[in-house]
Design a protein around this ligand. Sequence first.
Ligand code: AMP
Ligand code: ZN
Length: 464
Amino acid sequence: MIRFYNTLHRKIEEFKPISEGTVKLYTCGPTVYNYAHIGNLRAYVFEDLLRRFLEYSGYEVIHVMNLTDIDDKTIRRSMEEGLSLKSFTDGYIESFYEDIETLNIKKAHHYPRATEFIPQMVEMVQKLEEKKHAYVADDGSVFFKISSFPDYGKLTNLKLEDLRVGQRVENDEYEKEEMRDFALWKGAKADEGDIYWDSPWGPGRPGWHIECSVMSTYYLGTHFDIHCGGVDNIFPHHENEIAQSCAASGDRFVNYWLHNEHLIVNGQKMSKSLNNFYTLRDLLDKNLSPEAIRYTLLSTHYRQKLNFTFESVSDSQKSINRLRELKRRLSLVENIEGDNLEESTSRLYHDFTQKLGSDLNISGALGALFTWVSSVFVLLDKQQLSKDGAVRGLKALETLDHILGVIEEKNPSLDTEIETLIKKREEARSAKNWSLADEIRGKLANMGIILEDTPKGTVWKRGT
Ligand code: AMP
Ligand code: ZN
């Protein structure tokens, strides 16, 4: 049984997909006006864990993630840089794809761009207007009338009595205290240059929220299983999506809403507007491995705040090294006699999946894994493991890595790189270039590699 915390009902619920065997998943994607920061990437890594776990559990997952290539911020920044909206956002979309690949995040099946769905957005706004859920303002903008939708506020747990009747909010992002009618379509403004499309209400462009309602429906239908995003998306974005979609279709919209907590630095949300962010590139430039970064983002439960520190990345690297060292040791076992790990691996599979099935309890799942890892190291040290057992152990690591995505090295030539660095260090030592030798040792240490200088030369192992 799989259970998730559903923000809509504020409780943990058993997960049952609408059609047996298939899960339709929509996750809010990046606003492409800058590189993704690692807070954003935490959201995508959480969604990747969710998807991989559902797939591991036998579901076919259809995953859609939107790319917000038009909103207040993309327009402002592209104009500041003197680029067309498309060439400005194209660059950041490419970087986003690179980041996803670096972090071993499975690609969504569809990455629709908002600007490619303008006619469908106009159509949905028209439908809302026809059904009297929307009205046109003097400047050609169209607003959603939230008093026409009695369920407004259910996701956020807001009361409709608090709503500011007839008052409007133009910004895409605003606070709960400003529960007002929001823009579905924004009439063209002089300071937005030539960024507009023709519509029945004159030239203009869509608001932010309508894109997710339209693109999720386009690929997944009016009623689908899971919708994710960070907690900052609950209000107003997801509340508004529900209002638009349900009002337009008359159907339910999403069964399970899953939201990840924020990645924080010094107690504050990491965000572009606070300018307290690291991009993935910043971290890779500091020689941190993609796997250690992924592990760090993955290993705190998604509904807890994750305080990002460099120590935590270094601890993650140690955990990964321990798993890889186990893999290396298992591959060397030749014993005929010994434990065949049948019992301990089946307990591991059971505990690992049971923990993840309980609202993605990753700490519990990793706890089960590392308890097993320690027990196998003990058998290895005592030479009490059979080759059969080693093969079964290797299979378990490989299988669970389909969910974790951190053990297998993306760059299998890493060992060669390590050997080359060691050789260079030996050359530096013979040339008595101690500073270069130390520099190389430091670089290797950052990669989690420990060197031991023996009379027969330098040997290395991964620190565990
Ligand atoms: P954005 O590009 O700002 O639209 O955000 C993309 C995704 O990242 C959304 O799901 C946000 O909720 C999420 N997000 C933004 N900041 C953080 C953060 N500091 N920690 C975790 N998730 C975040
Ligand atoms: Zn969205």
